[in-house]
Design a binder for this molecule. Sequence first.
Ligand SMILES: [Cu+2]
Length: 198
Amino acid sequence: MLNHHTLLAALAAAATLLILPTGTTAAPTGTTTTTPPPNLTAASPLTTHTVVAGRGGLRFDPDNIVATPGSIIEFHFLPANHSVVEAAFDAPCVPKDAASFDSGFFPVPARADGGAVQSGEVFQFVVRDDGKPVWFYCAQGKHCKGGMVGVVNQDLGSGKLLGGFRELAGRFGGVVAGVQGRVVGGWRGENPNPLAGF
Ligand SMILES: [Cu+2]
């Protein structure tokens, strides 16, 4: 036998059932039945970009790289003795700051028969997540002043472009230097494919 309170509760429960639609709009507040589109950017694969120092004279090849944050930039070194060091756009040929990467030098003797040869070691650094351009140069002798410079992810809207950086390097009047000549901000390791990258 239902008492008064139990009857009221039963009526309330029945009323709730009656006002609930039977279709798909019964989803609780705060949820959505719409599936968001896939985030293609987040799914972008990371890549290793190969750059050859000294291919085509005093040049990095390629010298204008576009790379997803987290990607690896891998430098291969041809004769005779190059390096790669991070700079600021407005101050080429010297390290940007204490946190700049520096590969150190890679002396590579030319082959007697004139054949292609590259260092048995490479230098790698990882493109940071801040999305800012990464400017770099070779710290050997007059190489930087001679135009041996490059960039990762230059900002086309900023007016600071590779041509301008190379022009500033050509006018550089200071002493070209690396980060105390030691390997920092990246990794120097065995060349995974010494026959590639010519
Ligand atoms: Cu060089």
